[in-house]
Design a protein around this ligand. Structure first.
Ligand SMILES: [Zn+2]
Length: 172
């Protein structure tokens, strides 16, 4: 069940503007049911979900269509809608704990929406940069870190293409 409703062409309550359509948006002509051959996401009854039991049931049926889901296409293309940049000496002193939080939050987000993924997580100089498939996940990761480890958080939704940029820094 989705709580968020995408509104195209109008600003939502925080004044964000949808400036373009996601090129990886699933086609309406998608065959139902379909299974993603990489991440095992199930598309059934117009709904995407991670459901290992349904995957196992459907994978043996001849009527099942095999696809690469939009999220796996984004990951393969390195197409990020969210960029989270973490910095500060506190980050590296608590690197293990912070990596654990990021991983855990990604897992929880993916269980709710299989299209929310971390594409890559890498160190760039003294910063840790995390790229996500969805803007919402980038914002979420920033907010969770800020809540659990304080620091200074900045979230901006701007640019063309429309990307959510999150920075979080804690020095001590
Ligand atoms: Zn997939």
């Amino acid at each position: 069940m989705r709580k968020d409703v995408r509104k195209f062409g109008i600003s939502d309550k925080r004044g964000r503007q949808q400036t373009r359509l996601d090129p990886f948006t699933p086609q309406e002509t998608m065959k139902d049911p379909s299974l993603c051959m990489s991440c095992k996401t199930v598309y059934q009854n117009n709904h995407w979900q991670l459901n290992p039991e349904e995957y196992d049931r459907l994978k043996t049926k001849s009527t099942t269509n095999w696809i690469t889901c939009p999220a796996c296409q984004k990951v393969a293309a390195g197409y990020s809608e969210g960029i989270v940049t973490l910095s500060g000496s506190y980050l590296w002193e608590h690197e293990r704990e912070i990596r654990r939080i990021l991983k855990n939050e990604e897992r929880k987000a993916q269980a709710k929406n299989p299209f929310e993924r971390i594409i890559r997580r890498q160190r760039q100089g003294d910063k840790m940069v995390i790229e996500t498939t969805e803007k919402k996940l980038a914002e979420h990761l920033g907010r969770v870190l800020h809540k659990s480890h304080q620091g200074v958080l900045d979230i901006s939704w701007s640019g063309d293409p429309d990307v959510c940029r999150v920075t979080w820094e804690r020095m001590l």
